[in-house]
Design a protein around this ligand. Structure first.
Ligand code: CP
Length: 303
């Protein structure tokens, strides 16, 4: 079963293959299933990018998208996630994309469910498709991972993006350092002070403060956070030539990053979102191709 649950599931060669396929899709290649195929996006937490870009990816591949609104589903009557997925499977859905507030929600699904599960984010755990689109963006920029230094800055402990990227980038040979408030670090976090991290990194990846996952308010004001840990206009001037700014978004402008930098020359934030569609097409193809077969069409060269 071609689930995609964490970046630990993927070997470096598989990561490169998925990015290669995503690049192909970005240039106009297309894959279509051999029969009518159904997918459903089960989002039990808010999402703009992941949910919408999965849906665009699904429609580009000619998949039928079965609408599911958690707030109007029988989950409200107490139906478990397991029974929800088994139900969709029984009525003919071929794969599900799930975002859920529980860490490793998928543990209770993978034994009994017979369709691929693509993790759209589990609690503070993992966000593999975000990591893949981040890796695609980095590879487009530098052509490699080995020897690069990536500084991940912010609320590390509560960030599934930080967890997935740390696993994947280290596996691919990059150096990963973390910066931000140390109270939000995991054990053994490879800490660097913000000014040194910003000066020496090839990629500065900012994270949103995940207030919704905090047990209590940190007490730090937006202004103080920006000054102490944010990418301010002054810190951006310290960045190396050729280095880039990334952020998974949603962005809190003027908190983790100065508003004007979001759309600056160094920023790849909207490129990341664009790449998200192509990476999700590649992940959907990986999940469905072995089960239902498909046809791959190379992009036609422009005359
Ligand atoms: N980056 C990301 O996962 O954004 P959404 O929460 O909007 O899906």
């Amino acid at each position: 079963m071609k689930h995609l649950l964490t970046m630990a599931d993927l070997q470096p060669e598989e990561i490169h293959t998925l990015i290669d396929e995503a690049e192909g899709f970005s240039k106009g290649a297309i894959w279509t299933p051999l029969r009518q195929a159904f997918v459903s996006n089960l989002f039990f937490e808010p999402s703009t990018r992941t949910k919408c870009s999965f849906e665009v990816a699904e429609r580009k591949l000619g998949l039928e998208v079965i609408q599911f609104e958690a707030s109007a589903s029988s989950a409200l009557k107490g139906e478990t996630l397991y029974d929800t997925v088994r139900t969709l499977e029984s009525i003919g859905v071929d794969a599900v994309i799930i975002r859920h507030p529980a860490d490793q929600y998928y543990d209770e699904l993978i034994e009994g469910c017979r369709i691929p599960i693509l993790n759209g984010g589990d609690g503070c755990g993992h966000h593999p498709t975000q990591s893949l689109l981040d890796l695609m963006t980095i590879r487009q920029e530098f052509g490699r991972f080995a020897g690069l230094k990536v500084a991940i800055v912010g609320d590390i402990r509560h960030s599934r993006v930080a967890h997935s990227n740390a696993v994947a980038l280290k596996k691919l040979g990059a150096e990963v350092v973390f910066s931000g408030p140390q109270e939000w670090f995991d054990e053994n976090t490879n800490y660097e002070p913000i000014d040194r991290a910003v000066k020496t990194a090839d990629v500065v990846m900012l994270l949103r403060i995940q207030h919704e996952r905090h047990e209590r308010h940190s007490g730090i004001s937006k202004e103080d956070y920006h000054r102490e840990y944010g990418l301010t206009l002054e810190r951006e001037k310290l960045m190396k030539p050729g280095s880039i700014i990334m952020h998974p978004a949603p962005v809190n402008r003027d908190v983790e990053i100065a508003s004007i930098l979001v759309e600056s020359d160094r920023s790849r934030i909207f490129k990341q979102m664009e790449n998200g569609v192509y990476v999700r097409m590649a992940v959907l193809k990986r999940a469905l191709a072995h089960k239902i077969g498909g046809r791959y069409h190379e992009a036609f060269a422009e005359k």
